[in-house]
Write a protein that binds this ligand. Structure first.
Ligand code: SAM
Length: 314
């Protein structure tokens, strides 16, 4: 390759489709183990900083995680307006909790992740992500299955955030992308409660999962909005689904959004403000058409089978 210099001996190879691989060169392996639930690595890459990888799937990295975590959290918080109780399902890196606790109106946040070994490794190796959020007395960490917590919680939540690993068949999360699960989430929302889901890539060859997830959430909630953020280390624009017990107004005046963020957060956002948020909800025509046409609903009997594989090697 004229002019190019390849600098790594070890590579994380993530299979985006059966025919496409996205590779990141690794400088250092910070942690690598098989936990009770999944294969985990935390690595330092050359271009994108430190990254968490689960079952070969890239979860997030210090180089561009703000392009994922800010869009995941703040549109839902803004849609509610003044959330006091927030439930985070998944979110092992601690960055979702970090964004939630920027909001001064939040009195209590509970983060439920199934894998204590992943959470502990992220606490040790990814302080840039959690930024010591566990020291905030408003946050409670529960190590457990999101489904069990939804079964047993007596609380009613203003915002529920689903920050779960993609629904690969061998992984611990695919049940949490079904109509039954979304019905359980609806049951724990407060009367004006809002729900947001990390909902997969939106590149043309991969977007079927997102479109069917939208159809699945529509089977449970009346007013469902798709939006996206471009996260370069995911190799595709990333999709999210936002809904609530009441209709969600996503086409606000950007100045109103900036005012809410200014009054109710301690600031520090890097990518999200009123203009950026309004832009995220204006999807291109081919995606809007696919969303309107989709009727398939994921159920426990027919759950999603997301393609996801990867490996680390030289
Ligand atoms: N940004 C991510 C992505 O691209 O997929 C999601 C991030 S976060 C690391 C995903 C977390 O979901 C992991 O820490 C994993 O342990 C957790 N998880 C998977 N299944 C779960 C379950 N059934 N209950 C609670 N947490 C779960």
């Amino acid at each position: 390759m004229p002019g190019a210099e390849v600098r790594a001996d070890v590579w994380i190879s993530e299979y985006i489709t059966p025919w496409d691989i996205y590779q990141h060169g690794v400088n250092r392996i910070l942690a690598s183990k098989r936990t009770t639930f999944q294969e985990m690595q935390i690595v330092e890459t050359g271009a994108y900083g430190k990254a968490l990888v689960l079952d070969g799937k890239w979860q997030s990295c210090t180089g561009d995680e703000f392009l994922y975590h800010e869009p995941l959290v703040h549109p839902a918080m803004i849609a509610h307006g003044s959330p006091k109780r927030v439930l985070i399902l998944g979110g092992g890196e601690g960055a979702t909790a970090r964004e939630v606790l920027r909001w001064s109106c939040v009195e209590r946040a509970v983060m439920v992740d199934i894998d204590g070994e992943v959470v502990a490794a992220c606490r040790e190796h990814l302080p840039e992500m959690h930024q010591n959020v566990y020291d905030d007395a408003r946050l409670e960490l529960v190590i457990g299955d999101a489904l069990d917590v939804l079964d047993t919680t007596r609380d009613r939540w203003d915002v529920v955030i689903s920050d779960l690993a993609d629904p690969i068949e061998e992984g611990p999360s695919f049940r949490l992308f079904t109509r039954e699960y979304f019905g359980q989430v609806r049951g724990v929302l407060a009367p004006r409660g809002v729900f947001v889901v990390q909902a997969g890539p939106l590149s043309p060859p991969e977007m079927a999962l997102h479109v069917r997830l939208a159809s699945t959430v529509r089977a449970v909630f009346a007013d469902v909005h798709s939006y996206w953020s471009y996260v370069p280390s995911y190799a595709a624009p990333w999709g999210f689904l936002l809904t609530g017990i009441e209709p969600v107004d996503v086409h606000r005046d950007p100045r109103q959004i900036d005012q809410i963020l200014g009054e109710r957060t301690r600031g520090g956002l890097r990518m999200l403000d009123g203009v950026a948020m309004v832009g995220m909800f204006h999807l291109p025509a081919h995606i809007r058409r696919a969303l309107a046409a989709e009727t398939q609903v994921y159920t426990l009997a027919e759950p999603p089978k997301f393609f996801g594989k990867g490996q680390m090697g030289s």
